[in-house]
Design a protein. Sequence first.
Length: 650
Amino acid sequence: MKNIYSFALILLVSVGYGQGKKSSFDELVESEMKAAAKFTNITINPNTQNYDVTYHKLELVVNPGVYSLSAKVTTTFKALSEMNTVTFDFSKITNTSDPNYANRILVSSVKQNGVDLNFSHNNSNELVINLSSTLSTGNQTSVEITYAGAPANSGFGSFVQTQHNNANIIWTLSEPFGAMDWWPCKQDLNDKIESIDVYIKAPSQFTSVSNGIEPDPPVTTGLFKTAHFHHGYPIPAYLVCFAVTNYSIVNQIGGTAPNTFPIKNYVYPEDLPFVQGQLAQTPLILNLFENLFEVYPFHNEKYGHAQFGWGGGMEHTTISFMANFERQLIAHEMAHQWFGDKITCGTWKDIWLNEGFATYVAALVIENFDGQAAFTAEKSSMIDYITQSPTGAVYLTETEATNVNRIFSSRLSYDKGAMVLNMLRFKLGDVLFFQGIKNYLADPNLAFNYAITTNLQTHLETVYGSSLQEFFNDWVYKQGYPSYTITAQNVAAGQVKFTINQTQSNSSVSFFEMPLPVRVFGANNQQLDLVLNNTFNGEVILQNVPFVVTSLEFDPNKNIITKNNTVVLNVKNIELETLKLFPNPSSNVLKLSIPTEVILEKATFYNSIGQIVKSSRNETTWNVNDLSNGIYFLDLETNFGVKQLKFIKN
């Protein structure tokens, strides 16, 4: 999910798509949370842990002009222990001052095998159903729940009725805790539904959209039309969605044979002229992601977009809901189909496995389509944002994982999560990093299931062949970032000494171990990229460099989260060991061997008692025939300091 919320953007979206936002991912990710998003005290419901949902059938009746729905939800579930009751998460409006209180959702009946069951809809947002008999472990049954009314609305707008260009629309966005606002489900991140069917009945002038494919055409009966969608892959409750309005449909084809699939784009009619060119990017981005990772996970069904009225995008499985069709928003939500939808974060503490990945994979679109300079600029923008505060971890605490604002922190869950992935790529190298990600996606224990941070770490350690625990401790679980002071000194022919010191922005980390990229330059346009494996403070590292270093740059490609760095070239104490006189002794001509990087500015000859007997500028060959036999000293002033050499006249 990505929220591009700002007052200016909302104004632009409301007056017309053609006046939309500039093509800048940094601006798109400027803020991931709605200003009104509130602290939501949601924890795992222990009363829903004794069963496994295998199937949901949602039969919905809506009118986009009315904030209400009528529904029948049939749920099939398997008992994980003996059950006499089954509990679903289902929000209940209890605040009498809520404008929807009088028309709040009421459950009218619950049936099992056609028999009415007793139930209670309590003030803890639970629908508790008494089963007709004890359900034994391993057995399954189905219950049919009928209800109607105005749903609760939490988080980012779990159920919204509004307008676009005077046309009515209803849409849902259930992440993170909003599915339970409009249908009875299992809200937790521990049980994916194996398959769903969604039937949407609405006035016939409207078009409906949901997850998966339409196995049959919509059926019109009188003034109403019913659309049927089937999704046959495991899906968490928060990714189940629907939207209804007067959409225009743009059809495309994605993937490569034999795994081609339809791309269906549901677009506001008033915006159709503006988006045709932008939508042409969709198959290209899909091809890139398939080349980088694997075949589109839901290629047996579809991919697509549906425009909606929220200030950003939401990665509903097979159908991303979109505020607009800017390339980087398309890339971000599409990336979620692999990272978030196929493999879903196992807890909200691990949300970076969804959002950090989607942010970084979208940045890979910049790298591959726009080039390295644009990619470096994108990473630099993320680093600047991350380091605006000296605190903050990628991984959430238990308390933070109940706070919508913190879960969807653009600085930490999105940008810092993305740059942590970039640092892992830098540390492992491209071949091992991308192989580790492919293995993560292909893991049968994770594919179409849930993952936590240690699952990713294990796959990367396997290809790396070494522990990454120190890295994950510092960069994922703890807070802040390092600042470096790096001093370079030419100490001998072809050798440079680097001294590295580090400070930390937050006391949770005593030292960030990290390979450090340094680019060094020579006087004749030489350039060399080095990697200094920094493991402790004050470390001295010697590097072979085939030229005299005249300047250096730290992290030129912006691969590390860091700020306030200092690089120093220690030129005053450079030992010009490569300067040599020959022949020595000499009777007539004396010559100086000097590297091309070193410029001789002045030479001064002294006799044994310190008297100046000869001097020159910019010369490296001298006639010493006029000097008396004996020992002389030659002071050489260069662009790298002064060096004294001795020679014998004979």
